[in-house]
Design a protein around this ligand. Structure first.
Ligand code: NAP
Length: 257
């Protein structure tokens, strides 16, 4: 028996990295999973892997920063499965620039996907959860949302701090309807995201720096985050809501460059 037998989950940003691993982990525990990202080919591959686990994966392309696309994503999920029990709002992007050089476009892009996208998905899905008096919402933020760690991340740090507090308010609003809302805040996790602004050599140097700055002396793996999400998606965490679960290997305070 799985921890999520016959549950229906929706995972945004499920095409690669952390979101892909979350989707596979939920499926291994018995859930059928609606898989979202902007590009279908990656989602099709994840759906094929989920089919091998004996569960159903439904790929739906949508940009979570656009309300009509979020509505059509949620409608597709409801039309196919009739309900959504678990929402994991994981999709996120970065656009790094020193504060004085950050453009309005870079600011808007990151805030729109990372923070507004979390609001749009949470609201659209919660409207279907409320009448059923059941739901688990897990938003993915970042340790960047907990303090000032890097001066090139104003857009990202502000968005992720916003996700943390948005989630606390969602927990207050949705708790009376039987819906838990929590956050997983990852530290540095090995995924393609970290390579977007670095050469492979710079990336390895960054990983080495992170290892030295954490109590557990290691970088996170995507499964570490999927395990935390699984706990918050299961009924084992039924009395936990409005919390930010930091999953960073014990990062010391200070700047990460
Ligand atoms: P990733 O490897 O870059 O994957 C991001 C996923 O999100 C992709 O599937 C991408 O697919 C999708 N996506 C991007 N923009 C989207 C949009 N507008 N609408 C829908 N889907 C979109 O990132 P990751 O490392 O797995 O990170 C996942 C989450 O963890 C993010 O929220 C990130 O901020 C957070 N996080 C990551 C780390 C880390 O070290 N990796 C640390 C802290 C927090 P498409 O491009 O096809 O849309």
């Amino acid at each position: 028996m799985g921890k999520l037998d016959n549950k229906i989950a929706l995972v945004t940003g499920a095409g690669r990295g952390i979101g892909r691993e979350i989707a596979l982990t939920l499926a291994r525990e018995g859930a059928d999973v609606v898989l979202n990202a902007r590009n279908l080919p990656n989602l099709d591959q994840v759906a094929a892997e989920i089919a091998k686990l004996g569960r159903r994966g439904l790929p739906v392309a949508a940009d979570i920063s656009r309300k009509p696309e979020v509505e059509s994503l949620v409608n597709s999920a409801i039309e196919t499965f009739g309900r959504i029990d678990i929402l994991v709002c994981n999709a996120g992007i970065t656009r790094f620039a020193p504060f004085l050089e950050m453009t309005e476009e870079d600011w808007d892009l990151v805030v729109d996907v990372d923070m507004k996208g979390t609001f749009l998905c949470g609201q659209a899905v919660a409207r279907h959860m409320v009448p059923r008096k059941y739901g688990k919402i897990i938003n993915i933020s970042s340790t960047s949302g907990l303090g000032a760690r890097n001066e090139t991340m104003a857009n990202y740090a502000a968005s992720k701090a916003g996700v943390n507090n948005l989630s606390r308010v969602m927990a207050l609003a949705l708790g009376p309807h039987g819906i838990n809302v929590n956050v997983v805040a990852p530290g540095v996790i090995r995924s393609e995201m970290g390579l977007t602004r670095r050469t492979p050599e710079e990336y390895e140097a960054y990983m080495a720096l992170y290892r030295r700055q954490t109590a557990l002396r290691r970088v996170g793996e995507v499964q570490d985050i999927a395990n935390a999400v699984l706990f918050l998606a299961s009924d084992e965490s039924s009395f936990i809501t409005g919390q930010v679960m930091v999953c960073d290997g014990g990062l010391k305070d200070g700047l990460l460059r």
